[in-house]
Design a protein around this ligand. Sequence first.
Ligand code: FE2
Ligand code: FE2
Length: 474
Amino acid sequence: MNIDYAEKIPNNVDLASDRTLQRALEQWQPNYIQWWHDMGPEGAQAFDIYLRTAVSVDPQGWAQFGYVKMPDYRWGIFLNPAEKDRKIHFGDHKGEDAWQDVPGEYRANLRRIIVTQGDTEPASVEQQRQLGLTCPSQYDLRNLFQVNVEEGRHLWAMVYLLHRYFGRDGREEAEALLERRSGQTDNPRILQAFNEPTPDWLSFFMFTYFTDRDGKFQLCALAESSFDPLARTTKFMLTEEAHHMFVGESGVSRVIQRTCQMMNELKTDDPAKLRAAGVIDLPTVQRYLNFHFSVTIDLFGADESSNAATFYGTGLKGRFEEGKRTDDHMLKSQSYGVLHVVGGQLVEKQVPMLKALNEVLRDDFIRDSIAGVGRWNKVIEKAGIPFRLKTPHKAFHRNIGSLAGVKVSPDGTVISDAAWEAKVDEWLPSASDRALVASLMGRVVEPGKFANWIAPPVMGINRQPIDFQYVRFN
Ligand SMILES: [Fe+2]
Ligand SMILES: [Fe+2]
């Protein structure tokens, strides 16, 4: 076969001279395209979309804009440039050379880490595949598709590692990544948050704010890995993740802005009146926030985990900003507080820090997500409205670890099942909240026009005007 690999699959891994990798990718790629047709954005395969494509890792090449049909998107393979003589900087191998290949004894664990990360990427595309049908504007539609193709590229990034470093079982895992389906009972995606539907755009914005931020923290922890190709791949993925979180943060912010505008216009905070006026009342926004926050913090795993200790001790997965921390990077004598319920109260218990590293990462994530919620509150404050959004207590609505199934209110009080039942519709989106939000979703595609429930953005994409033709429907 005579394929110009640099043209078809932009890469900086010298694909053109790696025959084994070429063969593996040639087998996998048609199945990927088939998956994209089956599970990618519905009814949008023929649109020309103003997308950015990464064609190299340098500043000119990583964000090239132009009209592309999504099935023709050039999904590339990029690693951040190698750091010369990189050393392992945490765990039992601290000080040794970083690994350029997979050490035999860590093969199974590394494969598992890569597969778990890789599985989330196509999962989110599947979760979001119907959203294009109800987009609030062309600008938003384009952002959705940008997120979707980049999640596709993140899958490529993980499949590259599987094909290049894991031989036959890597190839099998790469196929399985195209076979699992979000929300399917017999062959679901690996992590639960990636089996939840993303039924409407408020969910999408909350998802990209909270769940793509989980992605950021996982990728940051993997960017510390002693397995250098994994560290370099995830570093490049982080450049794309920033845009996904921007879509979420600005999306929710615009929803809030529009609601506040209507509250002031109608001089009311009555949800019924605001709903009748076609906007999403702030208590409903709060319930969506509660849901997505709690489901996302479960993704960090059990608060005490011997796997987490092993992954760190063996140098596979570091902490967020490992290099900036000033401890011994071994953590054998430190401890960390995790929550338990004792006699109907939440009590913090000190456990060995190595075992609590999921909790450490979860707490880093929580700090980071609270900052954006503060920015949303600024929008409400500026409108002169006394309402404030708040992230719920981290024990609220949890399904993993020692807090799984314990009933805790958003302010952190342990309550009875009956008290939970009586209040749950005030705390999590009820069927009627979801019906309301669904009823507001329409399809607005005229350039520069926005659905009634969301304010326009401050500026367009890549310095284009807001009423730019971001999508040609053909
Ligand atoms: Fe991703
Ligand atoms: Fe993402």
